[in-house]
Design a protein around this ligand. Sequence first.
Ligand SMILES: Nc1ncnc2c1ncn2[C@@H]1O[C@H](COP(=O)(O)OP(=O)(O)OP(=O)(O)O)[C@@H](O)[C@H]1O
Ligand SMILES: [Mg+2]
Length: 413
Amino acid sequence: MELTSSTFDRTVVLASADAALRQRLHHRLTGMRWKVREARGGAEAFAYLEDQPTEALLLDHWLPDLEVGEFAEQIGVMYPGVDLLRVDGDPIMGGTKSPRRNELLHALRESMNGFEPANLEHSAKGIGARAKPQESMERKHEPLNEPQPVVTPVSAGRVSRIDGLIGESAAMIELARVIRLVAPRKATVLIEGETGTGKEVVANALHRLSARSSKPFVVLNCAAIPEALLEAELFGHTRGAFTGAVQSRTGRIEAAHGGTLFLDEIGEMPLALQAKMLRFLESGELQRVGDNETLKVDVRVLAATHQPLERRANEGSFRLDLYHRLAVFPIEIPPLRERTEDLAVLCEHILTALGKTSPRKTLSAMALDKLATHDWPGNVRELAHVLERASILAEDSPSIHAEDIRLRRAVRD
Ligand SMILES: Nc1ncnc2c1ncn2[C@@H]1O[C@H](COP(=O)(O)OP(=O)(O)OP(=O)(O)O)[C@@H](O)[C@H]1O
Ligand SMILES: [Mg+2]
């Protein structure tokens, strides 16, 4: 019998990094006339749920990109009509009971028979972070995408860190949480923060933690390109579109198709171009400079600024409508002086990186105290430079002392 798509009106999303498990469940559920969408991680599952009505979500105990407990909670809030089940058949709080739950449970039981779900023991302790699958387990996780894995475990709690984003202050933990929640969505994110606070680090993480991670991540620094060329750079141009356009060229928006476009220093974008950008954001369509043909492009846009963009928008030097369109989801990175608790871990991270080219140095307690008195106008970037200088000044000593720390501006008090 030919199965038509209407045969498959019952959709279930199956989120697991374990290909063998997915295959078994897929087979079983398809046999029961379910339409199964396999997701290798939380971001992909999010994308499927957003894409079409789903009756149930089957969740493994571990996902490579998102913390499972938090992910389930978020799904419960965003998709209250979806039945949430663990792959071993446990219902998860927050979901609605599907009228066909028993059918699903039956399929799960059959497929999981004599089978140990990943990290069951681990998650029973309430820790949703990654654990090495034990040798006796026949489960194998396949990599989600390169580079993997992006979420590293912590010893306890529901906090999972984000690769490359160091910080243990409450503000940074909250930042990591928010990044993991918004990364899988298509929402435009405006990243705000002083120079050197890690806006590019955050933009990178948002891309890596999304289902777009295997697609291009295209960066355009609006401050680095002359105004006259910025439009062609963004939208592309045809041959002869303007003086000097000897060849046609693909714009950065088009180049990011399927992936993410990061507009750095968005505050520097000229007003006229802001209008064009807004049109693109609203329609998903663009025209190359000198071309009448309209192209449809699928791009997720991230923007960053160190300027008080809302104030500028209210003053009229930045388009208010574009500001609102960009700031669908604003993320503000606090300056380093407001989270001095992060200094020690940041120093560790930076000294480890410096230790790759010369012997790894430690930081004396006095040196750390001295760092804590500075107000860090250049934030983490400035800290990296200060430590690099200090390592050189410390010469052969294995430890950096307070006198090796040279701060450019006067310390407070
Ligand atoms: N939380 C962090 N953890 C680890 N490294 C960080 C963090 N924040 C910033 N850095 C490092 O500090 C440097 C500056 O970060 P980044 O380029 O992302 O800052 P920025 O906010 O984009 O600054 P600018 O406004 O000057 O462009 C980079 O080397 C980055 O890796
Ligand atoms: Mg930057």
